[in-house]
Design a protein around this ligand. Structure first.
Ligand code: AMP
Length: 403
């Protein structure tokens, strides 16, 4: 097959993020974002990367996803990269929830669409938008393989002991309640890149991956396979996040309903949108929180401490789950950039073989790097994630296999 380009689409309810990559060398040709689809002033920002061109911004009405993809196609065509190009090998779609059915990237057909649709009750916010993106791309290029890459797939290797909640089995099965986990493409990419950084095969190493972005999740990866992760049925469980609470006593929900008189919808909004760092101190951006901490702000300090306390609990838990840990990898917006978070997360864990070298931790870089002292028993790494490259890589590998 001579076509080597892959378009990666991440379709949200009112946005489409995209990147065009050439898998001959993994290079990025263009990237961009369409926002506020369906609103009066939609916005498109397109950055051509081959021509070294300036970003182009456009605003006006983009009525729906079809119009959005048309606009993207027109922008790409200006640099000779249009979607009608024979160089395009496939379109890779991020799909948030693949349930138990999808353990690998999958070429989309009618049955696959139906299964993604069947999963809407467990991913009501994401799967409908992902489906719209796929259907739109299929209409535009029906001849091209459309590949769904699932956020949950990497976690389907978890043993039942980690994936099942301790609730009535019949009820759980009837409603498909179990730990699915999310950010899977990131955990897959980062755990593999960490092994590479250590100069070892992924099958040989155990890694704890800490994906700390606005959403945040941890995973325990044994020999390249996920054995536990902190997000659950939905992305609400686990670490303290930008706006999500993470773990709490489920009875908090009954209490808010019975005593607080709140509706389920209000509690849902409270825990997903108004909790976490923003709920604790009014800010969800770690840069701003650190600035406030440095100024002596008490609420920001407490929010930071709660964030770190939870992170440490997961490091300890996954250390115990894995038994032996070769590396801990920090990734995503906070993990890649916030040195104080990395330092505080492993502080006091020297007896577990964990430490951070202050000077190495302070270095800013886009490259994967080690920040632990040279003789550290457990390596601490910063590994920038690249979900688009991972989606493109998985998509391309699949279409090459079936070619
Ligand atoms: P993500 O979801 O991976 O894009 O991460 C977004 C989050 O990363 C933001 O909300 C910030 O909290 C955090 N972030 C981004 N840049 C920095 C930085 N330079 N220092 C600290 N935190 C950062």
């Amino acid at each position: 097959m001579s076509a080597t380009r892959v378009l990666v689409l991440n379709s949200g309810s009112s946005s489409v993020k995209y990147q065009l990559l050439d898998m001959a060398d993994g290079g990025r040709l263009a990237m961009g974002l369409v926002e506020r689809i369906g609103e009066e002033t939609s916005r498109l920002k397109h950055t051509p990367l081959v021509t070294g061109g300036e970003s182009r911004e456009w605003s006006g009405t983009i009525a729906d996803h079809e119009a959005a993809l048309q606009a993207v196609s027109e922008e790409l065509a200006k640099d000779g990269l249009g979607l009608d190009s024979p160089e395009l090998a496939a379109i890779g779609h991020r799909v948030v929830h693949g349930g138990q059915a999808f353990t690998e990237p999958t070429v989309v057909d009618g049955a696959v669409l139906a299964e993604i649709e069947r999963l809407i009750p467990v991913a009501p916010l994401h799967n409908p938008a992902n489906l719209t993106g796929i259907r739109t791309a299929m209409a535009l290029r029906p001849d091209l393989p459309q590949v769904a890459v699932f956020d949950t797939a990497f976690h389907t290797t978890m043993p039942e002991s980690a994936a099942r909640y301790a609730i009535d089995v019949k009820t759980a099965d009837e409603h498909r309640i179990r730990r699915y986990g999310f950010h899977g493409t990131s955990h897959a990419y980062v755990s593999r890149a960490t092994a590479e950084l250590l100069g070892r095969a992924p099958e040989e190493v155990n890694v704890i991956v800490l994906h700390l972005g606005n959403g945040a999740s941890a995973s325990a990866v044994r020999g390249g396979r996920c054995v536990d992760t902190s997000m659950g049925l939905t992305p609400l469980e686990g670490l303290v996040m930008g706006t999500r609470s993470g773990d709490l006593d489920p009875a908090v929900i009954f209490h808010l309903a019975r005593v607080g008189g709140m509706s389920i919808a209000e509690i849902d909004t409270l825990l997903n949108k108004k909790s976490g760092l923003v709920g604790l101190c009014g800010d969800n951006d770690m840069r701003e929180i650190r600035r406030r901490v440095d100024e002596g702000d008490e609420a920001a300090r407490l929010a930071f401490d709660i964030y770190i306390h939870r992170l440490k609990k997961y490091i300890g838990a996954y250390y115990a789950v894995l038994g032996t840990v070769d590396a801990i990898a920090f990734t995503a917006g906070v993990g890649e950039n916030a040195a104080p978070v990395r330092e505080a997360a492993v502080a006091g864990l020297e007896t577990l073989g964990l430490a951070v070298d202050g000077a190495l931790n302070a270095v800013r870089s886009d490259e994967p790097r080690l920040i632990s002292p040279a003789d550290a028993r457990v390596k601490v790494a910063v590994v920038p994630t690249d979900e688009e490259l991972e989606i493109a890589t998985q998509t391309y590998a699949l279409v090459k296999k079936i070619d």
